[in-house]
Each structure stands twice: as structure tokens, then as C-alpha cells.
Ligand binder design. Structure first.
Ligand code: 5GP
Ligand code: MN
Length: 338
């Protein structure tokens, strides 16, 4: 984002605008935190701003300030479509390709509104008039803070904005443990605490709300964990039956994949989750160091993301998907062991 871009955006935001802010499909903490954080900021600056999520998100995010005003495209389509229709500006946050907006992709592509992207994923598409894209950023929430800083307006960040942005930084950095969280990330987090984010309360609201069933499901996942030492790889499977038995709710499997990476000498972890209704296996991939799960997913499972965290999917059944996964590992053996 150039100085010229910032000046143009500033000029654009002088008069009240209709703004729609969109996170990616299956929104996570960073997606909801960044969209809601920015939404509070724009509303405070007299714009009419609405967050429209492509589909629903987990309960552990439903306490975020402004959560009650989020529109879910999937279940409120005509309302969402008319807001998109009337919008002057569309912000797309925490994703960089239209298809990541799920069923909203077409309306997004057809909309004449001016588009602004704020995102930290790799290989961005060039659909936005203004692109703030930086793969070295810990989170989109950190970028929203920098965006407001570039607008020269951090003194207007209030407790609600700070809470939303802090929540997304916390989740996307794995509580500040991934290499992507820099000293700058910590400085931003400190600023957000100064502006009213209660770090302890936010942590509790996100992580200490387990249901008994979720912990039972974690037990099943850990039992299903397999390791392939020659590839420094660990993987977990969960069948639809196992999910049903644990009364699965959206978000319950969040973070399970990381247990594989916590094993000594394991640098590549995967989880394969059966979604019978959609007829797909959802895949989450994580790595440590230089092994790029973004590349691995793009090459084999039609997904992508970051170097150390990516998603993907498979149309094969669960057994065949795992078989495919194991059969392609030899191609990566050298990289995994280097
Ligand atoms: P998760 O495994 O938590 O679903 O995703 C890990 C990371 O990869 C997140 O930052 C997520 O936004 C991104 N991601 C997940 N699926 C895809 C995908 O299909 N394409 C791209 N480009 N990124 C993805
Ligand atoms: Mn993110």
C-alpha cells in the first residue's frame, strides 16, 4: 500500500459511505476479529458499515463486540445481496481470492463497489483497487491496526476495536508462539491492551469454553493420531461417525492438528476430517520451518494458505485421501528431512 493509496483512501473516507466488510468462508478468529474491528472503526467515523460472513462461525467467537450485527450470507441472502448492491466500498479481509468467499464469490466479483483488500495469505489475486497484502504479517488483525495507523488515526481505537483486533492476533499467532509473531506484533498487542483489550478475559473467552464433548472428540483424535517418522510427519483422521458421536459443533476440531506438531522431531502435521454432507474431506496442514504446506496443498489438495498453515480438501473418501497423502510423501522426503 503506497502513500498515494493512503491519501486516496483518506479522501474517500471523508464523506460517509456504505461499506461492506467480508471475511473468508468458515471464518476464524482473525477473520472475525479483523472484520469486526474495522467495522467498529468505520462506524465510529460515520460510515454505514456491515460485516457479512459467507457462512456461520464457531460459538467461541460469538462474544466478540458487534457479533450480534454480523449478517450470515448463507442464511440471510436477500438482505446481504441488497447491502452488497448498495455498497460504495467492499473490504475483503483475511483472504485474497474470490473463491474463498464461498457462495458470495459471484456477487463479489460482479459488484461495482470499490474493493480494498487487507490480507496476509500468499499469492493474492489482483481484484482490489487498493491492496494491503503482506505475507510476513502475523494476522490480518495486526494489519488492520497498521492500516488505521497509516490513516493516522490510532488515537481513535477504542475498547471494542482493540478487543476484536487482539482476539484475532491471539488466535492467528497460536497465542504468540508462531514465528510470524514479531516484536512489532507484540508492540501492537501492547497498544491494544492500552486501548482497552483485556488479554486475560479474551484468552478465557476463546480457549476456556470447551464442552465435555469437544474434549471427548479430542481424545478420539489423539487415539487416531499416526506418525510416519521417516517423513517427520503426523496425521489425524476423524470420521463423520466419530464427529456425530461427540455431538460435533462448528469449531470443535480447531487446533487439533497442532497436537501432531507437538511431537518431538515432527515438522509436518495433517488432519483429515470427513464431511459426509458436503461429500468432501476437509484437510488442515501445519508445518515447522521451511517446509511449505501452502505449496503442498496447492500441488495436491486444491487449497493453500501460509508456509506453516494451510487448508485444502479432497473429493476422495477418507481412506483413499489418507492413502493419497501417504503415497505422495516420498516426493517430499528430502525437503522434510533437510
Ligand atoms: P485451516 O487449516 O485453519 O482451515 O487454514 C489454515 C490457513 O490456511 C488459514 O489461514 C486459512 O485461511 C488458509 N486456508 C484454508 N483453506 C484454504 C484454501 O483453500 N485456500 C487458501 N488460499 N487458503 C486456505
Ligand atoms: Mn489470518
Amino acid at each position: 500500500m503506497t502513500e498515494q493509496d493512503i491519501q486516496e483512501i483518506k479522501a474517500l473516507l471523508i464523506a460517509p459511505k456504505n461499506v461492506v466488510i467480508i471475511p473468508h468462508k468458515n471464518p476464524d478468529g482473525d477473520a472475525m476479529g479483523s472484520t469486526l474491528g474495522l467495522c467498529h472503526y468505520l462506524i465510529k467515523n460515520h460510515h454505514k458499515a456491515t460485516v457479512i460472513a459467507p457462512n456461520d462461525y464457531p460459538d467461541f467467537l460469538k462474544w466478540l463486540p458487534g457479533n450480534d450485527k454480523v449478517i450470515i450470507y448463507e442464511s440471510d441472502m436477500s438482505n446481504a445481496e441488497s447491502l452488497i448492491e448498495q455498497s460504495h466500498i467492499i473490504f475483503t479481509l483475511d483472504f485474497n481470492a474470490f473463491h474463498r468467499a464461498g457462495d458470495m464469490a459471484t456477487s463479489l466479483a460482479n459488484s461495482k463497489a470499490l474493493k480494498i483488500m487487507i490480507d496476509h495469505h500468499q499469492q493474492p489475486d489482483a481484484y482490489a483497487k487498493y491492496m494491503f497484502s503482506d505475507v510476513f504479517m502475523s494476522s490480518t488483525c495486526e494489519m488492520v491496526y497498521h492500516f488505521i495507523d497509516m490513516l493516522g488515526d490510532t488515537e481513535n481505537i477504542d475498547g471494542d476495536m482493540a478487543t476484536c483486533l487482539y482476539a484475532g492476533i491471539l488466535t492467528d499467532t497460536g497465542s504468540f508462539r508462531f514465528p510470524s509473531s514479531t516484536s512489532k506484533t507484540h508492540l501492537v498487542a501492547a497498544e491494544l491492551i492500552n486501548k482497552g483489550a483485556d488479554h486475560s478475559e479474551i484468552y478465557n473467552a476463546i480457549y476456556d469454553t470447551n464442552s465435555y464433548e469437544r474434549l471427548q472428540l479430542l481424545g478420539v483424535a489423539l487415539k487416531n493420531l499416526r506418525i510416519l517418522p521417516e517423513y517427520k510427519t503426523a496425521y489425524i483422521t476423524l470420521t463423520q461417525e466419530e464427529l456425530n458421536a461427540a455431538n460435533f459443533r462448528k469449531g470443535d476440531t480447531e487446533g487439533f492438528v497442532n497436537y501432531g506438531l507437538s511431537i518431538k522431531n515432527i515438522i509436518f502435521a495433517a488432519i483429515f476430517i470427513e464431511h459426509k454432507q458436503e461429500g468432501i474431506i476437509k484437510i488442515s496442514l501445519r508445518s515447522k520451518g521451511a517446509f511449505s504446506v501452502n505449496e503442498f496443498s496447492r500441488e495436491n489438495f486444491g487449497g493453500g494458505g501460509h508456509t506453516n498453515a494451510a487448508g485444502g480438501k479432497s473429493d476422495l473418501n477418507l481412506i483413499d485421501t489418507v492413502e493419497k497423502f501417504i503415497s505422495i510423501l516420498p516426493r517430499y522426503k528430502n525437503t522434510l528431512n533437510s
